[in-house]
Design a protein around this ligand. Sequence first.
Ligand SMILES: [Zn+2]
Length: 261
Amino acid sequence: MDLIDIGANLTHDSFRQDLDDVLARASAHGVGRMIVTGASSDGSKHALELARASHGRLFATAGVHPHHAIDYNDATDALLRKLAREPEVRAVGETGLDYNRNYSPRDVQRDVFERQLEIAVEVGKPLFLHQRDAHHDFLAILKRYRDRVPAAVVHCFTDTEEALRDYLDLDCHIGITGWICDERRGGHLRELVKLIPADRLMLETDAPYLLPRTIRPMPKDRRNEPMYLAHIRDEVAKDRGESREALTEASTRTAERFFDL
Ligand SMILES: [Zn+2]
């Protein structure tokens, strides 16, 4: 069975020249399908275009990342509302809160997060969520909407055990990236992944970001790409005490249900 990369930023400029090669390498490493993250207006349109041209290999999300919340206006809202109804778009997001970088003011981030939660409620699709250094506010807002959306994944989970338990209690899914391979800041995740039920755990690269630090040899350009999902799967399987086959099967089935693939 093939893996599903639930978070790949394939609209990123670094993939413009060689996306076909990237997808071929993904196949060769057992990564069959990918969810292309939409993180801005243009990025979400581009993600949908990639999905449409992919013959069922790529799917998309439509959303505006909290970094870009400051650019969100009524036109953005209308566009996302339209994109979110497209059949290739399987989740609303990337949306959420990021108090680590604060590229957009926090009150604007909260407002724009809520506007996208409203869209998910309206179209009845799952949420693809980003949270960094904002657990308390994020949880408070999400709680008010959780019952009205079919599912929600906290993508690239990097937070504490307390935050993990809060999300699981709220019936959220958890996305694990190569952050877990970062011995400087992700070591705690090697214990925490044991707490995630198999039917709530999904795997993602967040390519081109977050190249796993345990990849050998390190690619010279340091670009992450979906083929490295197999490496992340191996690391997570080891941490959970599972076979790679068992984790592949469980995470793929979970992603198929979550994104209705
Ligand atoms: Zn993110």
